[in-house]
Design a protein around this ligand. Structure first.
Ligand code: PEP
Length: 253
């Protein structure tokens, strides 16, 4: 039985003081939900403050990105060891990184390997664009992203991954995929691709989150699906009550 996992991707929102305020509101609401995994992913600037506040908490902390090199002349980047010092998770290959910052399946693969080498749990994002969806290419795109992003990993490494299926057209649009359609991608495309790479036992253990306009009022329908193991939440993770609503739906699923 896979545990549900709800993670908040705050993107480029919240100053350090706003991040502290949100965690102060969120922590008492999320802390009692022991039967699910939960995490917040603030900006890199706010990470130390948030990690300090959640040091003795079950609520995990994640970075939104990192580089794969160990250290050196890479202006503006975060090294894996820096992230691993204060985080448990790192989001890798979010569609906004692929769209605006030129990330590819190959760079995702390098980052995933670096994250695992430093004991971080990568939340690996995949998902098709509207054009790809309308052209009937969803399964092909998502399988390519899984195979490329996770190339050359062992089953032991595979067991440490989290996948987030996030159709790009559903992100921040208020236009979520239907729970049934999302589940079909998780069950019939993503998990079989994971099984081909890592074997069925490992594939059955990997949490596959759905992301894209998840809100308190649609979350339960997603979490009732066989292969939707939680959510990566953008907009609705910026308000304590909304994120609590989604986390509670996961805890009650
Ligand atoms: C995201 O960016 O990961 C996301 C799912 O955003 P939203 O929930 O706002 O659609």
């Amino acid at each position: 039985m896979r545990k549900k996992f709800v993670a908040g991707n705050w993107k480029m929102n919240k100053t350090i003081s706003e991040a502290r305020q949100l965690v102060a509101e969120l922590q008492p609401l999320l802390e009692p939900l022991h039967n699910i995994d939960r995490a917040v992913c603030p900006t890199s600037l706010a990470l130390p403050a948030v990690a300090d506040m959640l040091a003795d908490s079950e609520i995990g902390v994640g970075a939104q990105n990192m580089y794969w090199e160990e250290s050196g002349a890479f202006t503006g980047e975060l090294a894996p060891a820096m992230v691993a010092e204060i985080c448990q998770y790192v989001i890798i290959g979010h569609s906004e990184r692929r769209q605006f910052f030129g990330e590819t399946d190959e760079s995702v693969n390098r980052k995933v390997k670096a994250a695992l080498a430093h004991g971080l749990t990568p939340i690996v994002c995949i998902g098709e664009s509207l054009e790809e969806n309308q052209a009937g290419q969803t399964a092909a795109v998502v399988s390519r992203q899984v195979r490329g992003g996770l190339a050359d990993l062992s089953p032991e490494q595979g067991a440490k991954l989290v996948i987030a299926y996030e159709p790009i057209w559903a992100i921040g649009t208020g236009l979520a995929a239907t729970p049934e359609d999302a589940n079909a991608i998780h069950r019939d495309v993503v998990r079989p691709a994971l099984a081909e790479i890592f074997g069925d036992d490992v594939a059955q253990r990997i949490q596959i989150q759905y992301g894209g306009s998840v809100k308190p009022d649609n979350a339960a329908a997603f979490f009732a699906q066989s292969d939707i193991d939680g959510a990566l939440v953008g907009g609705a993770s910026l308000k304590a009550a909304a994120f609590e609503g989604i986390a509670k739906a996961a805890a009650e699923a």
